[in-house]
Every structure is written in C-alpha cells, then in structure tokens.
Design a protein around this ligand. Structure first.
Ligand code: S3P
Length: 436
C-alpha cells in the first residue's frame, strides 16, 4: 500500500454540473490483455490509468509487449500475437486487482513458460481456486498457496483442452479466465453461468475478430484462432459513476450529468436498483461505442425509499453495493439485501466493512451471512475505516453529503486503483472533500 491517505468530508450542499468519470476498469483490463495478444497495433482511448490497470499493463510489458503510453487515456499496443509473449524474469505483481490476476491466470496457463502471480495484502487473501480448479481440468498445471490464495504458480508448456464448465460461482472473472485459456485449448471451451454476469470479454473478443457463441447461459469458443488488432474507445466506468448517482440522489438540490457512461445491461444493476428506490435518473443520448452501449446520465435529487433488492440484480450491481448502502441509509424505511455472499470476498469483506462504518455513522445496519439489512436514518459525523477498500472509501465520502457533522474516512489510498482524481472531480461537482 502506498502512503496512507484519509479523507475529510464536510457536510455540504449538492452535486451539480457535468462530469466524466475515468474509464471502465473491466474494459480497460481486457483491452490491454487482448491488445497484447493480438496481431497488429491496437489503439485505445479512454483507458483507465488506475493502479489496477497499470498492473496489467506492467505485466504485459514484463512479457515483452511494446506499448506507447498511457497518456491521458491513450495507449497504443504493438500486439505480440497469441504466441508471442516472452518469459517474465520476476513474479508478476497484480497489486490490488482480482480481475488482473484471475484473467491473466487463464492466459498464462496456455503459455510455454513458467510464471508466478502475486498481489498486495488484500489480493493475497482472496480465493483463487475458483479459477485454478477449472484450469486444471483443462490440463493446466497451477498451484495456489495455503487456503487457495495467491501466489499462483503456473507451469508452462502444457497442452490445454477445451472443457464444458458449469460455473459454481456467479463470476465474470471465472468466465473470462476460462474463455481466455480456451484461446489456447484444443477444441471447444464452453462455460455456462448460473446468472448473467458482465459480458465485456465476449464482446471484446468479437471486436478483435474472434468468434464467440452465446446461447442463453452458455458461452463457447474454439481454440486456435487469431486476434486482429482494433480500435477501442473505453466508456466511463458505471461503477465509478455510481458514487455520484447516489451522491446526487441524496443531496437536496443536486442536478448532475455524468457523461459517456458505459450502460451495458450486464452492468446496470445499480441504475435499476436506484430507480426502484425512487431515484430520478435519465439516460440521454444513448449510443453504441465499439460494441458497448453508452449514455449520458442525468441525476437529480429524489426522495428514496427502502426496498428488497431483487436477486437477479445482484450480479449486475456487484461492485456498486457500497454506494447503494449509502442510498439505503438515506432512504425512508428498510432495505434488505440477500444473495450477495460474494461481497465477503471482494477487496475487503464489504458486508462487514460497510455495516461497521454505517453503524459508526449512526445508521442501523445488521449484517446477515449473505447480505445486510439497513434502516434509513440520519448520518452523524465521525471517523470511519474503509479498511483499504477503494469503493468503501468513496461510498463513505459521499455519505458526508448528508451527515450532521464532518466525516473522516481513513485508509483511502487505494481509491487510485479504480478512480484516480476522485477527490478533485468530486470537489468540482460540489463535495466538500479534503485529503489529510
Ligand atoms: C470483474 C468482475 C467482478 C467484479 C470485479 C470486476 C471483471 O468480479 O466484482 O470488480 O472485470 O470481470 P466477479 O466476476 O468475481 O464477481
């Protein structure tokens, strides 16, 4: 972890104006990965220059891929081809990023060389058998440390074969890992998902000219093809936009436009949930950019009410719950979330961390094994610990808009993994936030 940063948020007015949050993290990781494995030069604009994506970028540079940038979101990659990566001389450090580690595991399983993936304290506590186990079924030789945690040690030179894999967890990372390994496998790799998850990998593979078949819950591809370089314009991250959607909803008098936000239907659970809670969201100027739906979102303050969060929306809003819990705390009545046990194995245990912080700020929040029950109320000022979780940190910062006194959020340094410039942008929109 870099130097410790705390935020101090003063109770403040409203969020207004027009802002564009940084590029989508999931799409940025995939753009760097597929661009590196493609033939020819891939030009990316709107890339998220957050630490997570920089880890992915660093890993491919360490495997011999030449890139120019990133510079203000522009990155040009001279693809090495599917079989052109070189042996890295050190373990590849994925920092805080579960996506980088799990997706790379799929790619590395198909290489001729040995490799090792490590991470920071948080990542080194996260479950990796969910990818290691199906990769072994494909013929990969891959070891996890005690408890199924990183580091991952991957032996090169294995012959992978396609498998049919019904996923036991609802996870786009597992799906994507297996599809990427499938590029190197003999025959067909077929993954079926228990519920829809983000489909950026499938969309982007098609954008690189690779045939991927989606039939209901089943996604198939055949190994042995090629990726052809292309242009990618990364939309703004709906997961980063979520903090502002909630902030503007709960702060009276707010009227904010978020520009060029990715609104892929596998990512819009938070928009659907907020609308069910009574939020005033308007999607304007809908368009498609490089195979991904994009829109500007206008959000105005609204009276929110508690709901039972619909089960089918949970995977579609999986990263937005810290923000949604803040909305629930400002809503009238009770909000109930169930079926979200995956939140316990994110960058932190997000159910525990958020329940603890909400309670600290005077909100009644009761943890359940797979969710939380939140009674709408009034935030008081105080000190909350984000436990180094970027999304918990930004969620508590936004809570400051409706607190009766200043809110100090501790351990916010990891915000730069997904949202570099958060403090400056939030301040521009009207949040009274300072760094300590
Ligand atoms: C991601 C998938 C999600 C999400 C993560 C990014 C991705 O994880 O939480 O932030 O880019 O594929 P799971 O698929 O493990 O739920």
């Amino acid at each position: 972890m870099s130097n410790r940063i705390d935020y101090i948020v003063k109770p403040s007015g409203k969020l207004t104006g027009r802002i564009r949050v940084p590029g989508d993290k999931s799409i940025s990781h995939r753009a760097v990965m597929l661009g590196s494995l493609a033939q020819g030069r891939t030009r990316i604009t709107g890339l998220l220059e957050g630490e997570d994506v920089l880890c992915t970028l660093g890993a491919f540079r360490a495997m011999g891929v030449t890139m120019e940038g990133p510079n203000r979101g522009a990155l040009s990659i001279h693809g090495a081809g599917l079989h052109g990566l070189q042996t890295p001389t050190t373990p590849l450090d994925m920092g805080n990023s579960g996506t980088a580690m799990r997706l790379l595991a799929g790619i590395l399983a198909g290489q001729q060389f040995d490799s090792e993936l490590t991470g920071d304290e948080s990542l080194n506590r996260r479950p990796m058998e969910r990818v290691a186990e199906p990769l072994r079924r494909m013929g990969a030789v891959i070891n996890t440390a005690a408890g199924g945690h990183p580091p991952l040690k991957i032996k090169g030179g294995q012959k992978l074969r396609g498998i049919e894999y019904p996923m036991p967890v609802v996870s786009a990372q597992v799906k994507s890992c297996l599809l990427l390994a499938g590029l190197y496998a003999e025959g067909e790799t077929m993954v079926s998902e228990p519920a829809p998850t983000r489909d950026h990998t499938e969309r982007m593979l098609r954008g690189f000219g690779y045939s991927v078949l989606t039939q209901g819950a089943r996604i198939c591809l055949r190994g042995g093809g090629k990726l052809q370089a292309c242009k990618i314009d990364v939309p703004a991250d709906v997961s980063s936009a979520a903090f502002f959607l909630v902030g503007a909803s709960i702060a009276p008098g707010s009227d904010l436009v978020l520009e060029h936000v990715g609104v892929n239907p596998t990512r819009t659970g938070a928009l659907n949930i907020l609308k069910l809670m009574g939020a005033n969201l308007e999607l304007i100027n809908r368009r498609e950019v490089g195979g991904e739906p994009v829109a500007d979102i206008r959000v105005r303050a609204a009276r929110l009410h508690g709901i039972r969060m619909p089960a089918e929306q949970v995977p579609l809003a999986i990263d937005e719950f810290p923000a949604l819990f803040i909305a629930a705390a400002c809503a009238e009545g009770e909000t109930v979330l169930t079926g979200a046990q995956e939140l316990r194995v994110k960058e932190s245990d997000r159910i525990a961390v958020m329940a603890q912080g909400l309670t600290r700020l005077g909100i009644e929040a009761m943890e359940t094994p797979d969710g939380i029950v939140i009674q709408g109320g009034r935030f008081r000022g105080g000190v909350v610990d984000s436990h180094g979780d970027h999304r918990a940190a930004m969620a508590f910062a936004v809570a400051g808009l409706r607190a009766t006194g200043p809110v100090t959020v501790s351990e916010c340094q990891n915000v730069s993994t997904s949202f570099p410039g958060f403090v400056e942008l939030a301040a521009r929109a009207g949040l009274s936030i300072n760094i300590e």
